[in-house]
Design a protein around this ligand. Sequence first.
Ligand SMILES: Nc1ncnc2c1ncn2[C@@H]1O[C@H](COP(=O)(O)OP(=O)(O)OP(=O)(O)O)[C@@H](O)[C@H]1O
Length: 281
Amino acid sequence: MSENCNSSCSSCNQDCSSRTEPSEFLEKPHELSNIKKVIGVVSGKGGVGKSLVTSMLAVTMNRRNHNVAVLDADITGPSIPKAFGVKEKAKSNGMGIIPLKTKTGIEIMSVNLLLENDTDPVIWRGPIVAGVVKQFWTEVIWENVDYMFVDMPPGTGDVPLTVFQSLPVDGIIVVTSPQELVSMIVEKAVKMAESMNIPIIGVVENMSYFKCTECDKEHKIFGESNIEEITKKHNIEVLAKLPIDSKIASSIDKGLVELIDDKAFNNIAAILENDEWRRNK
Ligand SMILES: Nc1ncnc2c1ncn2[C@@H]1O[C@H](COP(=O)(O)OP(=O)(O)OP(=O)(O)O)[C@@H](O)[C@H]1O
């Protein structure tokens, strides 16, 4: 058993006698990597704020003195480097690829840190896309990571399925917005995780309402949500309901996600730290 053993076989690359979890499809991390927990951030469809939630979880955990990394598995729509304002390209040190560090020291890896021009489209077929995500796990040296957040590709198709099978995801957070159609799609994502026995930490409803600064009222721009219905049915928690806030959009556009201070993420951080979601499953 490794002297750094945290009983999370899924994110360890050692073949020791204490290993309890099956590793049929799991890829081994780089031999110099040490990743304690892997949290996937998923959504049933694109554009609901998955990258915003991934970035804010990383920022919040980093502020709480954890070593944090973000693996941008959304290969065809990578948003992480832009949110953090990271423009440099990733390099290899001969043994593996070194992740880039953000202003506050969060380690990130994204396809946009490898492409010569970050407006070049990624026109690759599914197996190639999934292969790149695996390489971000196996060929990047993630030296000392307490929490790795994986910005998963949206949906429940081939690529997210491969990512779920190859990366040792300890738990997932599902991001959704209130429209009825989105809620139906989110249920698919929840069922996919359930069928793969991946613990669902909870659901974040983004763009839940808009708080008018003039009348001080909350307006449900996308209508009433039925998220409680879905979470009750699957016995999972609503972790936060985030408002539509133009300040969030403009901070992300300017690469300043590390300046956003949203208290809602502290509650989620506390849940992650306490491992309550593990005990509930
Ligand atoms: N609560 C919010 N208030 C205002 N703007 C938001 C909010 N959440 C997200 N946005 C903006 O909406 C856009 C989509 O968000 P984001 O990229 O996080 O979604 P996504 O689900 O990751 O999308 P994709 O799957 O396409 O990568 C971004 O421009 C982001 O800044």
